[in-house]
Write a new protein. Structure first.
Length: 172
C-alpha cells in the first residue's frame, strides 16, 4: 500500500486537500505485524475526527466487525468486476472505503487485516487508530463494549473523515 500513489476521492483531489492529507498519512506509519509487508498510517482520534466518525455512524455509513465488513467488500468487488467487464472505465481505482482498527489486536488480527487490504486495494485505505478497542467501542456506543475494526463505506464519508484528519491545517 503506497500512499503516495493512491488516488483520493475526486472531491479531495479537486479542492487540493489530497496532498495535505497524503502528507499527514505518510508522516507516521507502522508495520501491521512483525512478518507483514504492509505499512499503514497511524492516526490519532482528534475531536474533528471523532465528530466526523459519529456523523458517519448517524448516516448509516459505518460498519463494525470483520464479517459484515468482509461481506460488504466482497459484494462490492463482484459488482466492480462486472462493471469493468462491460466498460473500459477505471472504475474502483480511487479510495472509497476507509478501514480503521484499534491498536490492541493480536498478531492474527493484523494478519487478517493485511489480507483484506491486499485484496481490496486501491479502493480500501487502512489506518491504525492510536486507541484501543474499548475506547473505540465507547466512542461509537457511548457505553462499555469493545470495537476493534470499523469501515467507513461511502466516498463522501471517507472524504469527511480524511478532512478531519488535517482539520486546522492551512487551506482546510
Amino acid at each position: 500500500m503506497n500512499i503516495s500513489d493512491m488516488r483520493f476521492p475526486r472531491q479531495l483531489e479537486a479542492d487540493s486537500s489530497a496532498e495535505i492529507i497524503r502528507g499527514e498519512l505518510m508522516a507516521r506509519t507502522s508495520r501491521l505485524w512483525t512478518g507483514g509487508s504492509i505499512d499503514v498510517p497511524v492516526i490519532s482520534l482528534s475531536e474533528p475526527m471523532k465528530t466526523a466518525l459519529k456523523q458517519a455512524r448517524l448516516q448509516g455509513r459505518v460498519r463494525f466487525g470483520f464479517e459484515p465488513i468482509l461481506q460488504k467488500l466482497a459484494g462490492e468487488k463482484k459488482g466492480i468486476t462486472n462493471v469493468r467487464e462491460q466498460t473500459d472505465a477505471p472504475y474502483g481505482d480511487r479510495i472509497s472505503r476507509l478501514l480503521l482498527f484499534s491498536n490492541d489486536g493480536a498478531e492474527r488480527f493484523y494478519r487478517h487485516i493485511e489480507q483484506v487490504l491486499e485484496a481490496h486495494t486501491p479502493r480500501l485505505l487502512g489506518c491504525l487508530l492510536d486507541i484501543d478497542g474499548a475506547a473505540l467501542g465507547e466512542l461509537f456506543t457511548g457505553k462499555g463494549g469493545v470495537i476493534k475494526i470499523i469501515m467507513a463505506e461511502h466516498k463522501n464519508v471517507v472524504s469527511e473523515v480524511l478532512r478531519a484528519l488535517v482539520s486546522g491545517h492551512d487551506g482546510i
